[in-house]
Design a protein around this ligand. Structure first.
Ligand code: TTP
Ligand code: MG
Length: 741
């Protein structure tokens, strides 16, 4: 995983932008419950009246209110209001809002800040409550008498006038008595309690209080809508960025893996199987892509949300914070238990998928053989076992994960219940507002969800890290065959003399040399044939020339230069190679022949096809050179495929030809015609030719007889038939007595 970290580098900028957007998104998500609590607390319970400082107070009411304020408070309150009457210049402006102005003067609140309002809140709130308390005495009058300050007085007495007549000292006593009652309530509760008399005051001013309420709720609702919209835009943008980062990163990974694999020599291919390399470039990288996409969204969002949620929840209620602790501990405990059971199985699943792939691959590629030997039953059982193992483990993991869901829901609902239970008591004791309790509930859910998101990542990351390790493994391989830094170069016009000097070769990891101490020279303009029983090492020998493998010992020289000294491309440009197992690419016949040289002329291609004896079957097809070749060249016969492979090498007109048993699938007549044409057209090139048939090589200038990796005879057909036992053996098995003589 860490090894692939450098692939994140080009995406740092989008990643930072994504994190910033996630921050905004989390902030909007966290802001919403607060607004909801405002709708409940202020919009519904307080009739849309936000605080105890009304925007206007009639002069008569203000006189009553100030009766219960200290001199300082009174001054402060009056200072923050402007007295408006019929003569004021602003009269026209205010009379619309407060029709009562037509009858009496009104104090209008100045444009003051929120902190100043907060300061005035308790002062005015308490005054309103006291005034309404006094008013209440009047309405509770019994037998026309009121109990006022221990005295029975007639109920039609103007209590406020009475109070106004009292001395400062006595009035303070009265208001102190009232204040004692309010002390237990917090500021916000005083405000809430004062709402009713304030609403009456608004009514007295002629203000439509219903409109006041609905406009507050609408205003808050629209703000919430706006915030949700910002959140939604952020979510979309983050999704876009996440996909972009993940797709870009996996594109780069795929490109690098592919480039790396292209630089592999056969040694490295032997280490990874082809199927595994394909799985790594496709499936494994897709896994990484998926996890990156998800983690961009979750890894950063979850902590911001979790921490923000905890802070906000504490703001709403300190006393209930223990509930969140309980929730988090319960969830963490659950997640830990589930993961300790499921995580080892996740790793096992990856291995079982590999196993299933292997069995499937072998089955598909060996289908013909399986049918021929009627081993379908056995193969079915083998597949069944791999399939069942995977299914079983998958089921187990899913059952564990699924059982987590109801438990989690139980915990979450339990937490909600607990919050309502504890919160309801606090609401009853007036130490908490209903809206705050609801907001607390939402914050608790947000915190829990952020923990869930983090735990999701704990599932995904181990799976991705397995995939990442497999990809990193490929990228970490250093190919053994590389170009030298200070490489030598061939002359412009090379001769093409190939010289093997004490060459030994051993396959990586093998115990024994396949080629042992070979010495020979192949000259330009001549055919050097190599013959020997199967497994003698012919293909191995020939593959050393284009450096598919490097020699273990000794050296191979072309025109006197060690082939390891020149760049691979320069070396291979000189060689026309026809492999033992011809392989064609999907496309047309022409595209396959042009594979050797894309700028080749029509003429040259036609000539190559003629020499390779391929022209006949090509022109038989209605589309000629445009005939489509299917994937792997399955729509041409073995012999046709060989001839196209030969033609492909001929298009290149190289200095060195290598034919590895390339005539084996041809009938004798075509074989002979092809060899004749080749002889005429390869001219001054060096030809290395592997064959099993004596007749194919009889006319070669030099024949090398190979047996168990050693040269047991060199010479012409005539020489060898006389003095090489191995050659004689091969010859006598193939030729008639007359031909031998
Ligand atoms: P080859 O060189 O393939 O033998 P060959 O070309 O002479 O045989 P044939 O006529 O059937 O084409 O193999 C020589 C030995 O090397 C043989 O014992 C198998 C071993 N070998 C490997 O270990 N790894 C390889 O990749 C190859 C090609 C061969
Ligand atoms: Mg071979």
């Amino acid at each position: 995983m860490v090894k692939l970290a450098k692939y994140a580098k080009p995406f740092i900028m989008p990643l930072i932008v994504a994190i910033a957007l996630l921050f905004v998104q989390a902030m909007t998500d966290l802001a919403l419950p607060d607004y909801m609590s405002n709708i409940v607390n202020k919009g519904i319970q307080q009739n849309g009246i936000e605080n105890a400082v009304p925007s206007a107070i009639t002069q008569s009411k203000m006189n009553k209110l100030t009766l219960f304020m200290s001199e300082n408070d009174k001054k402060e309150v009056i200072d923050n209001y402007t007295l408006i009457n019929k003569d004021s210049s602003d009269y026209e402006k205010y009379v619309k809002d407060y029709p009562q102005l037509e009858k009496e003067s009104v104090y209008v609140l100045k444009d003051i800040s929120k902190s100043e309002i907060d300061k005035l809140n308790p002062t005015i709130g308490k005054a309103f409550l006291t005034v309404s308390g006094v008013d209440k005495m009047k309405s509770e009058a019994k037998n026309g008498k009121i109990n006022f300050n221990g005295q029975e007085i007639p109920s039609n007495t103007d209590l406020f006038a009475l109070l106004g007549k009292l001395s400062e000292e006595q009035r303070t006593k009265v208001s102190e008595q009232a204040n004692k009652k309010f002390e237990e309530l917090g500021d916000s509760m005083i405000v809430q309690a004062a709402i009713a008399p304030i609403k009456d005051e608004y009514k007295a001013l002629g203000v439509n209080t219903d409109k006041l309420q609905s406009s507050y709720i609408k205003r808050t609702g629209v703000t919430m809508l706006g915030i949700s919209l910002i959140g939604a835009v952020c979510t979309i943008l983050v999704g876009f960025l996440g996909a972009k980062i993940a797709a870009g990163l996996s594109r780069n990974l795929r490109r690098d893996v592919f480039t790396k694999v292209e630089s592999f020599s056969n040694t490295e291919f032997d280490k990874f199987s082809t199927a595994s390399l394909i799985t790594r470039t496709t499936n494994d990288i897709t896994q990484i892509q998926m996890v990156i996409n998800m983690s961009v969204r979750m890894v950063f969002y979850a902590p911001i949300m979790g921490v923000g949620g905890i802070l906000r929840a504490l703001q709403k209620s300190h006393s209930m914070s223990w509930i969140i602790a309980v929730a988090v501990i319960a969830l963490l405990g659950l997640i830990l238990i589930v993961f300790s059971i499921a995580l080892p199985k996740f790793k096992a699943i990856q291995k079982l998928i590999d196993r299933l792939n292997l069995v499937t691959r072998e089955n598909l590629s060996g289908m013909m053989v399986i049918r021929a030997f009627s081993t379908q039953k056995f193969e079915e059982q083998r597949f069944d076992k791999a399939n069942k193992d995977l299914t079983g483990t998958n089921l187990f993991v899913n059952r564990v994960m699924v059982s987590m869901m109801p438990i989690m829901m139980l915990i979450m609902n339990g937490i909600t219940l607990l919050i309502v239970w504890v919160g309801a008591h606090q609401v009853a004791q007036s130490s908490m507002q209903v809206g705050d309790m609801m907001a607390f509930m939402q914050y608790a859910m947000q915190i829990i969800f952020s923990f869930l998101m983090l735990s999701m990542m704990f599932i995904l990351i181990p799976r991705a890290s397995v995939a990442a390790d497999r990809v990193a493994e490929v990228l970490a391989v250093q190919p053994v065959i590389v170009d030298k830094k200070d490489s030598k170069h061939f002359e412009k016009e090379i001769q093409g003399t190939i010289e093997f000097k004490n060459v030994s070769f051993r396959y990586p990891g093998a115990e024994e040399d396949v080629i042992k101490d070979l010495n020979f020279k192949a000259l330009p303009g001549q055919t050097t044939a190599i013959i020997g029983s199967t497994g003698a090492g012919k293909t191995t020998l020939i593959n050393l020339v284009p450096r598919f493998y490097d020699v273990t010992d000794g050296q191979i020289l072309i025109d006197g230069i060690d082939i390891r000294e020149v760049p691979q491309k320069e070396l291979r440009d000189k060689i026309g190679y026809v492999p033992q197992k011809g392989s064609l690419f999907s496309g047309t016949i022409e595209s396959n022949l042009k594979y050797a040289d894309e700028n080749s002329s029509e003429e040259n291609i036609r000539r190559a096809a003629e020499i390779a004896q391929a022209i006949e079957f090509i022109s038989e097809r209605p589309e000629g050179f445009e005939t489509a070749i299917s994937q792997g060249g399955t729509n041409v016969s073995g012999g046709q495929k060989q001839r196209l492979s030969i033609a492909r090498a001929l298009v290149k007109r190289p200095e060195i030809y290598i034919f590895d048993d390339s005539f084996s699938a041809l009938d004798f007549k075509t074989d002979a015609a092809l060899r004749r044409a080749l002889k005429k057209n390869t001219g001054s090139s060096t030809v290395l030719l592997v064959a099993q048939r004596i007749s194919t090589i009889m006319n070669a200038e030099q024949i090398i007889v190979l047996d168990e990796g050693k040269i047991v005879g060199v010479g012409t057909h005539k020489e060898l038939i006389k003095n090489c036992a191995t050659y004689q053996e091969i010859a006598s098995s193939q030729l008639s007595k007359e031909e031998l003589a």
